[in-house]
Design a protein around this ligand. Structure first.
Ligand code: DP6
Length: 359
């Protein structure tokens, strides 16, 4: 598919008003997206587990208006929110040629997250995917055409990508690949695709305990971090490594090799942070407690012959990943040893999920 396939050419503009609502999850990357080209095209492919409990719920009410200016109001958790406006304005500017009706309506966007506000958990993936899905539902009523579910999901992912890259992996579950890679047949740089191969039962209902190490604002945003991969001394090797890791991960997901899964996932997380530490300017997003947690996870794994592992996003929080079979023991370990390193003892229990839901 090409960009051309996502241009909506005609629609019925008689619809005066309406309202749509979606719940869309966050996701956690196993192979990381870090570095991008023009128009939100990733520099390397990535794969993520879609989550289940961390999600954004967005209702979009629309009403016909005069004029062609973008017009919208945003409410976050019941209160009018100005802070989100610039991101949504940029999002609308990037997507208008694919959903031209956004200039014909005023939108009231009411959104809330299931995870605590300012927990340091990025809400851009769940937030932008929820918005994209709402716009797709509106497009569906305006176009009158019954597009296939696969077209709907692809275009939703395509739009979400233009809001925030990782958001394109939040439409479907349980594993989503984004970025062209020769070992994943339908993979594309334009949208995320559901990982269709058989997945070994070891990975069913995989667990993710998100340890909230630092709830503060990050010193360096992901957008800035991605840009620093341009001209980064290690970028070419890193992008190649991500391709190789994805090809191998595909096999691991099939054959259930948990030991190799742990190695690839942890290496990806540390490589992501190594890229941050070796860019110019360089920066460190991990905190002392991030390292404490990593070291304790390593000791626990060795002493208990466990398959627990960690991954990190662009921040200090630690995602602790483990198979369902280890759930009870790992939560005992988290409660006895790791909560001490979480800000106010906070962590979130999540599990792999099936994707966004229309409400
Ligand atoms: C470290 O998707 O937040 O979480 O496209 O600029 O919005 P933008 O970046 P974003 O990048 C997140 C990168 C990451 C790794 C990943 O999720 O793959």
């Amino acid at each position: 598919m090409t960009v051309q396939d996502f241009i909506l050419e005609s629609y019925n503009s008689d619809l005066e008003k309406g309202s749509v609502k979606w719940s869309s999850p966050s996701n956690i990357a196993l192979i990381k997206y870090w570095g991008k080209k023009e128009n939100q095209i990733p520099a390397n492919p990535s794969i993520s587990f879609t989550l289940s409990n961390c999600k954004t719920i967005t209702e979009m009410s629309f009403s016909k208006k005069e004029g062609k200016e973008f017009s919208f109001d945003v409410y976050f958790e019941g209160e009018k929110n100005e802070a989100f406006r610039p991101k949504i304005q940029t999002f609308f500017e990037r997507i208008e040629s694919y959903v031209p009706f956004i200039r014909d309506y005023h939108f009231k966007i009411e959104t809330s997250n299931t995870f605590p506000h300012s927990s340091g958990i990025a809400s851009s993936a769940s937030g932008m995917s929820a918005l994209a899905l709402c716009l797709m539902s509106i497009e569906r009523s305006l176009s009158g055409a019954e597009e296939s579910e696969s077209y709907f999901n692809r275009k939703a992912s395509f739009l979400a990508r233009l809001g925030s890259g990782s958001a394109c992996r939040s439409i479907e579950g349980e594993l989503v690949v984004w970025g062209k890679n020769e070992s994943v047949s339908k993979s594309s740089d334009l949208f995320g695709v559901k990982f269709e191969d058989t997945v070994h039962p070891n990975f069913h209902e995989y667990q993710d305990a998100i340890l909230l190490v630092d709830k503060g604002e990050k010193q360096v945003s992901s957008t800035v971090g991605h840009k620093l991969m341009l001209g980064h001394p290690f970028s070419e090797n890193r992008f190649k490594q991500a391709h190789d890791n994805l090809s191998e991960m595909k096999e691991v997901l099939k054959n259930g090799d948990l030991k190799r899964f742990v190695e690839i996932v942890e290496s990806e997380a540390l490589t992501l942070h190594a890229m941050m530490m070796t860019s110019m300017p360089y920066f460190i997003l991990m905190k002392p407690n991030t390292l404490e947690i990593i070291n304790r996870i390593w000791s626990y794994r060795q002493q208990n012959n466990s398959n627990i592992c960690f991954t990190l996003d662009a921040g200090a929080n630690v995602h602790v990943l483990f198979p369902k079979a280890e759930q009870e023991k790992v939560y005992d370990f988290i409660n006895s040893e790791l909560v001490a390193f979480c800000q106010n003892g906070h962590y979130i229990c999540d599990i792999v999920g099936k994707g966004a839901i229309k409400l």
